[in-house]
Design a protein around this ligand. Sequence first.
Ligand SMILES: C[S@@+](CC[C@H](N)C(=O)[O-])C[C@H]1O[C@@H](n2cnc3c(N)ncnc32)[C@H](O)[C@@H]1O
Length: 361
Amino acid sequence: MARKKKIKIPKIAAVDLFCGAGGLTHGLLDESIVVKAGFDVDPVCEYAYEYNNDVPYIIKDVSKLTGKEIKDYFDDSEITVIAGCAPCQPFSKYTQGKDNTEDSKWGMLYEFARLVKQVKPDIVTMENVPQLKRHEVYTDFEKALKKLGYNINSTIAYCPDYGIPQTRHRLVLLASRHGEIKLLDPIITDPKKYKTVKETIEHLPTIRHGRKSEDDPLHMASSLSELNMKRMKASRPNGSWLDWDKKLVTPCHRKPERKTYRSVYGRMSWEEPSPTITTQFTGFGNGRFGHPEQHRALSLREGALLQTFPADYQFVAPDQPIYTKHVAKMIGNAVPVKLGQIIGASIRKHIEYLYSQAASA
Ligand SMILES: C[S@@+](CC[C@H](N)C(=O)[O-])C[C@H]1O[C@@H](n2cnc3c(N)ncnc32)[C@H](O)[C@@H]1O
């Protein structure tokens, strides 16, 4: 029987816009995509990005970045990718000019489109919250890419379907100048097989609220007030403050219309994926962020593991103080590493298909 010919694929090179602490970059690297540089304005993420990925972190406002600078990083790379996860914060140019509503939150997408136009990479990928899809700024982004000749596919990915222990939904856009491209199909189709909180964090040492593990300074949990400790003790996994004694319920939740806010001050369940890890996950009152058994909110390390960062991912230099707010922001803002890897694998599959077609032509 004739052996299948192995197709040699050239190196795929990427730059990561709005790279943060490197969740997306790390996932792309896991698929052997060579990330040439990450761009971000926030100096706080520099250490985590460079230490864990060995990729230069360029502190730069993307609205001031030029296509030429990106091209210089690509140098003579054969396959090029611009990846990014535009922030949802107001962008002055558009808040002043267009509108001051939801659309203006994603103004940086216009800058992303400008850079795609200047660089014309082979592949573009953008990750964001699903609600972005309803906004004009997103339609404008797709229109700009179509005009440049890209084939576009967008998917709302449900993270547990991809082996991520977290019920996060994310919009993933993939676009190629060379034909159809799409996100890989889900790898887990039976919800009973979703990766759970237990499988992800149960092995970590027990810690008390306000304390940290001796082995890992990032396995640290915020302190609880006396009242919140009583609430924590009265909380059961997947329950809500409706289970508590009335004395413990906050005055604002006592109002009948607040009954819908059930997932704040909640404990997560061992047996399911966690809720979406936001930038606020270290606070018990900010969501269902209570540990399933211990009387405390999630530690920084637990949040990072639920975001599928490797167990040894470092967020702060050893000689620097750990500010919970800073680290929780890097973790909650990140693209789950595993989703980044799935995006990388989707790009790789697309390129391999193109090369196999060319080889058999
Ligand atoms: C959602 S986070 C990106 C997370 C990152 N992709 C990851 O996977 O870890 C958005 C990032 O955009 C950065 N940012 C906000 N405005 C920016 C700008 N004008 N230029 C460059 N970066 C910006 C923020 O500092 C933040 O790190």
